[in-house]
Design a protein around this ligand. Structure first.
Ligand code: SF4
Length: 701
């Protein structure tokens, strides 16, 4: 390191990509980041980081950073304007739409990437200040299923685990989770387990995680529910259940036991494509384990029957008493760095601190804490993301404010999604880059500071709150999202409502009050400094319990959050694939994360030369060699993948990781969602990205 840039100071902060929530030591010179290294003392990552974390600073200096507000001129080109013009345009255009079509004709779409305090400010300004009713986050695309599954089963959205469970389990069951790529540091925690654990992976693909498993169950896509019900039936039949726990702490087990009776081995082998002895071995593994933990991610969540599949996993944990003790649990792993903050405090579809807009007592409590009239709080919950998109299609929503997300790339059935965005009268995009697929379509672009250029807190998958710090100057006129919300509130004329919202830490103090008495109570946390000094703090952390009583694993006392303190068994007849392969579209397309070095729509990660080198820049499709031989596809051939909705070109990568009749394309490429089918889980409204029918077209036809 040249002397002039040799660091003179160091500060710790949490990473801004995935939900693992690693801590990074950022090395500073004159208060500005010079480089970083993983924090060896943080209880999450224990000195490790994945390539994205190592490269977190690089992408801040990219040439496509948004440095000034941009407004579309008469000829349809975005041109620079100052903040006064940008804020006035925001207010004038959205007000005009609201006057013509009603207050709820403007909506917002936000993110799991912003600090909790910014999310809370966004929701409060949009809903209480601007009078919007509809707003949702891109967390709908990854976590909504788990939220609903937990709420219905436990009475609150409460992932019960801590990462230490990866090391304490003797049996680790991963369902629809390629932990090795999607959450590499969590996978490292599995590798550190001293108990030589049995690892069972349920996934249609031979993923990197499956390659390291004791048992890989390569089920037919979306047949998880049948498998899990079949395993439950075996456990009941053999008496491999914890009757004491079931009787003391749960409801509806007998109805569940009756429901699973038709899931015989014959039926389950037929529906899953698995051998009978493999299913029995899975059941026996669960029985033999003393500390069994069940984990799931997007393979379960992104499904048209995701909620009931997640609950089928929860049922297995409940019926075997594998919950509330170290090394156990029915554990949903979150996606984005602050998805958990979004779930509890975003003020989009629920009210600050897990309250309910439709509950008069909750509205009264929040109005009292915020010092606002109760009448400005909507009395109903927002539409979900898909309903907002449908609202645009039907002409009910005419103005949209997109904050830190990229629906023109990431939303399902992309051709339709872009058509929907085109119908808007006014589209505002607030982002750190002006080059995203969505920003390019905007009428107004608001330049935002990025991770590392602002303050706040994130909540990771294990409910740990970590602190984010400002270590880099935002480029040009870019402002933190927090300051953009303050500015817009003052132009809107509702700044009085937010007179106490002076800084992220001031909002944190407000959120603490909102959380009081809730399962996510954080009133015992004094300030950011305390979080920093403790290496992050997991919720709940109530002021009512002594300092050293941090509750790392939930339900140790067997008490759940329903009024009777019992968990519920929930179940439903599985449905067939929403789009089964047929004569013309004869393959099933699987999508998912393709590399530990890439993140979502690549808006950030494509700006690191190191990360680009670790991942093919052109789209590729995994094809089974037997299918390739049949169709005359050779390695690296460019082929067309076509669904009923669109098509894309991709380079063929021949691998037995995908079964015959299935192909896999990573989600990171702009074209992937041209193929996907817009179907949704009925309870969580989460899109089903994982399985649709496609055909492969070679150069020779
Ligand atoms: Fe950041 Fe996630 Fe990588 Fe950790 S695992 S360094 S939180 S991206």
């Amino acid at each position: 390191v040249p002397v002039r840039s040799r660091p003179t100071d160091t500060t710790d902060m949490v990473c801004g990509y995935c939900s693992t929530g690693c801590s990074l030591k950022v090395h500073l010179k004159d208060g500005e980041a010079v480089n970083l290294s993983p924090n060896p003392d943080y209880p999450v990552n224990l000195g490790m980081a994945c390539p994205k974390g190592w490269e977190a600073l690089t992408v801040l200096d990219s040439p496509d950073r948004a440095t000034t507000p941009l407004r579309k001129n008469a000829s349809g080109r975005l041109e620079p304007v100052d903040w006064d013009v940008a804020a006035s345009t925001f207010v004038d255009r959205f007000r005009a739409i609201q006057q013509q079509h009603g207050p709820d004709s403007v909506a917002f779409l936000s993110t799991g990437q912003m600090p909790t305090e910014e999310m809370a400010f966004l929701g409060a300004f949009a809903k209480f200040g601007m009078g919007l009713l509809h707003g949702d986050g891109n967390t709908r695309q990854c976590m909504a299923t788990s939220v609903v599954a937990y709420k219905q089963a436990f009475g609150f959205d409460a992932p019960p685990y801590t990462y230490q469970d990866f090391e304490d389990s003797d049996t680790i069951v991963l369902i629809g989770s390629n932990l090795c790529l999607a959450h590499p540091i969590m996978w490292e925690r599995v590798m550190r387990n001293p108990n030589d654990p049995r690892i069972v992976v349920v996934d249609p693909r031979m993923t990197e995680t499956a390659m390291n498993a004791t048992q890989h169950l390569a089920i037919a896509p979306k047949s998880d529910q049948s498998l899990l019900y079949g395993v439950a039936r075996i456990l009941i039949e053999k008496g491999w259940i914890d009757r004491d726990f079931i009787d003391a702490h749960t409801n509806d087990f007998d109805a569940f036991a009756e429901f699973v009776q038709p899931f015989t081995l014959d039926r389950v082998t037929q529906e899953t494509g698995l051998a009978a002895d493999a299913i029995e071995e899975f059941a026996r593994t669960i029985h033999k384990g003393r500390r069994v933990s069940f984990w799931w991610t997007m393979g379960v969540n992104q499904s048209y029957q995701g909620v009931r599949t997640a609950q089928a996993i929860i049922n297995l944990a409940l019926m075997t008493g594998n919950i509330g003790c170290p090394g156990t649990g029915a554990n949903s792993i979150t996606g984005q760095c602050n998805a958990m903050g979004s779930r509890l405090f975003s003020n989009t579809t629920n009210l600050l601190g897990g309250h309910d807009f439709a509950n008069a007592e909750h509205r009264q409590k929040i109005a009292g804490i915020l010092g606002i009239p109760e009448t400005v709080i909507p009395t109903e919950n927002s539409w979900a993301y898909n309903e907002i998109m449908e609202g645009i299609l039907r002409g009910r929503i005419c103005g949209l404010w997109v904050i830190c997300t990229n629906p023109a790339h990431s939303w399902i059935n992309q051709n339709l999604a872009r058509d929907i965005l085109d119908r808007l009268d006014f589209l505002v995009v607030q982002d750190m880059y002006h080059s995203t697929e969505t920003a390019r379509e905007a009428d107004l672009v608001l330049p935002a500071a990025a991770w590392g250029e602002k303050e706040g807190t994130f909540i990771n998958s294990e409910r740990r709150i970590g602190v984010l710090k400002k270590v880099h100057r935002a480029p040009g006129q870019a402002l933190s999202d927090f300051n953009i919300f303050r500015l817009l509130a003052s132009y809107w004329g509702c700044e009085n409502m937010f007179r106490n919202w002076t800084s992220p830490e001031a909002v944190f103090q407000i959120l603490k009050q909102c959380s009081a008495g809730q399962p996510c109570d954080i009133t015992g946390i004094h300030d950011y400094r305390m979080i920093d000094e403790r290496g992050g703090i997991q919720w709940p952390y109530s002021s009512q319990v002594p300092d050293d009583r941090q509750q790392r694993v939930l339900f140790e006392d067997g008490k759940f959050y329903h009024p009777d303190q019992r968990a519920k068994f929930l179940f439903e007849e599985p449905r067939p694939l929403s789009e089964a392969p047929g004569r013309e579209f004869d393959f099933i397309l699987l999508t998912g994360r393709g590399s530990a070095s890439q993140w979502h729509t690549q808006t950030r990660t494509k700006n690191s030369a190191v990360l680009r080198k670790l991942y093919p820049e052109h789209p590729f499709v995994e094809v089974n060699p037997a299918d390739a031989r049949r169709l005359g596809i050779r390695p690296n051939d460019w082929i067309t993948v076509r669904s009923q909705r669109g098509q894309m070109r991709a380079m063929a990568f021949l691998t037995p990781a995908v079964s015959p009749g299935q192909v896999f394309i990573p989600m990171h490429y702009e074209e992937t969602n041209r193929l996907t089918d817009a179907v949704f889980d009925p309870y969580s409204k989460q899109p089903s990205y994982k399985a649709c029918a496609v055909q492969l077209v070679t150069a020779t036809g």
